[in-house]
Design a protein around this ligand. Sequence first.
Ligand code: GLN
Length: 279
Amino acid sequence: MTIKEILIKYCRELENISDTPRLDVEMLLKKALGDVDSMYIRMYLDKALTDEQEKYFLEMIKERLNERPIAYIIGNREFMGLDFFVKEGVLIPRPDTETLVEEIINICNNRTGLNILDIGTGSGAITISLAKYLDKSHVVSADISDIALEIASKNAVSNNVDERIDFIKSDVFSNVPKEKKFDLIVSNPPYIRKADIDGLDRQVKDFEPYNALEGGEDGLDFYRKITKESKDFLKSKGILAYEVGHDQAYDVSEIMKENGFEDIYTKCDLQGFERVVIG
Ligand code: GLN
């Protein structure tokens, strides 16, 4: 088949599965053709794929038709302009989380050498972009999952910031050293209510890690735990910064108030949901 024939046939087939069928087919084609760029696809629409390329493409599109997320199929997702390797076992970085990282960069931009703690690092999207964009910062990056730590370390190396990040296996604060206090603690913890997990999109529910999504009966378990314990790890005037579920900003702000945090404010994501809470 030619590039054009593939685009037409598989965009149609993906219509009911993906919100972005054309983009998905293009991404799989680029991969099958040996990591070519989008321009190549446009310039060579009438070029036929070799048997090997076509076989590779068909294998990948079959997985996509089975609703496996595109980022896991190609093993990559861009976040804050950086490339992240991803596979099952870590949550795929979301644009919503860029709102959190951008706000932290805004408020910390004129400070260098910050000590940061990231709780629940996953693929390393938050940790690595903060290490990259905040001058001379140092990040302690904690996760309970071995796969997450392995993937995040790999991403730290490929993004050239591994020397400024310490990865530790830790259940929230359990293994975080107490002697050093942090300027900033950041977390995008699991925050979906237990009862809402079933209603998630199949692509999330069947492929992304449950333990990165479920946050207890009301989805707030991790905010309560992290907020309470964070006081032992933060410098006075230290900052606590969260990503929260689309309807959790008020509750999380209240939890922070109850624990003595001040100057609490929220930031909206691109869809207008209060997605970030900082105090
Ligand atoms: N934003 C994710 C979702 O809606 C949830 C991420 C999380 O629980 N931290 O699927």
